[in-house]
Design a protein around this ligand. Structure first.
Ligand SMILES: [Zn+2]
Length: 329
């Protein structure tokens, strides 16, 4: 087994924030009311990647540690002078700078046309990147790029998605996606050097089961879906629901769906699962009791029949409410 501490990995986050590298940002995104600079993503992933690599025993060197758009020659010189063993550059791609028209998507690994060890690492990394969030794998791209041409060690520039693809643009500010990219790249470094990847210590987040257990519908997973302790990213618990699996849903809040055990799954703009609010069989054996249906905290009705409750929920869902609850009266 190889010692990770024998290796120095150069981490390069593309472009800069202040001043913002011209053109290196998403189109204006209505839903969040702003642009996302490319470096905002690159920088976050680079920081997570350094954390991951250090935890696994590797040494790291940052080629652009400030928010400035560090010149490419400085980046290359830093890696060469430090005699880094591997150079990883983090970027987010762009096609035509608009959300309109043709919108390519996916991630790719860019290397010098000479291939060699860079190609070997690039292929390993693409293999890991395909395992997370469902994205198109655009493969290895051989081209002349300054940072991959002038670095003396194997070097790969990753474009981890497209800034002008509406779904992938929003992934840029999704903390769990940033962390996932970093984790997958760290796993690739480990595999490349024959080092066993160490998983992060079990998360301290604890699921709080809720007393209210009346089903509001069912979710059928469209892909493997990560679960969270709270309705927010960054609180993931080590439970992944497999693609095709069905789960009962007990509460819906701002795009987060609560499961029986109290854990949450995000709908991720409908990409994670299909939600069905109507259901034929009885969810609750407890016949005779009256249950109140609350939409955004306001009671819309009190019902004895399961069908009536489900109809009320279906009706309420048409207005995309923030929160639906069913309570025993
Ligand atoms: Zn870039």
């Amino acid at each position: 087994m190889t010692e990770a501490s024998n290796y120095l990995i150069a981490i390069d986050d593309g472009h800069g924030l202040a001043p913002l590298t011209p053109g290196k940002r998403t189109p204006f995104i209505q839903s969040i009311g702003r642009f996302i600079p490319e470096n905002e993503f690159n920088k976050a992933v680079a920081a997570y990647l350094i954390k991951e690599l250090k935890r696994n025993g590797f040494n790291t060197v940052e080629t652009a540690p400030t928010d400035f758009d560090t010149p490419l020659s400085t980046r290359v010189n830093t890696a060469n002078k430090a005699r880094a063993d591997l150079f990883i550059s983090i970027h987010y791609n762009a096609f035509d700078g608009t959300f309109e028209g043709r919108n390519p998507e996916g991630f790719s690994a860019h290397i010098d046309p000479s291939g060699g060890k860079s190609e070997k690492f690039a292929k390993i990394a693409l293999g890991h990147l395909t395992k997370g969030t469902v994205q198109k794998n655009r493969g290895v791209v051989k081209q002349q790029l300054y940072v991959t041409a002038y670095t003396k060690m194997p070097a790969v520039l990753f474009e981890l998605g497209f800034m002008d693809h509406s779904r992938e643009a929003l992934l840029m500010i999704d903390k769990s996606f940033q962390q996932e990219c970093a984790r997958e790249l760290a796993m690739a470094v480990c595999e490349y050097y024959g080092v066993t990847y160490k998983t992060e210590k079990e998360t301290p987040y604890v699921i709080q089961p809720s007393g209210k257990q009346t089903k509001v519908g069912e979710a059928i997973m469209l892909r493997d879906v990560q679960t969270y302790a709270r309705p927010e990213f960054g609180t993931q618990v080590p439970i992944v629901i497999k693609k095709g699996a069905k789960r009962n849903i007990y509460e819906i809040e701002n795009g987060w769906y609560r499961l029986y055990g109290g854990e949450y799954i995000p709908s991720s703009y409908g990409k994670n699962f299909t939600f069905i609010a109507t259901k034929k069989e009885q969810a609750i054996k407890n016949e005779g009791s009256i249950r109140r249906v609350l939409v955004n905290g306001k009671q819309v009705g009190a019902f004895k029949e399961e069908d009536s409750i489900l109809r009320a929920i279906s009706d309420a869902l048409k207005d995309s409410p923030q929160k639906i609850e069913v309570e025993e009266k």
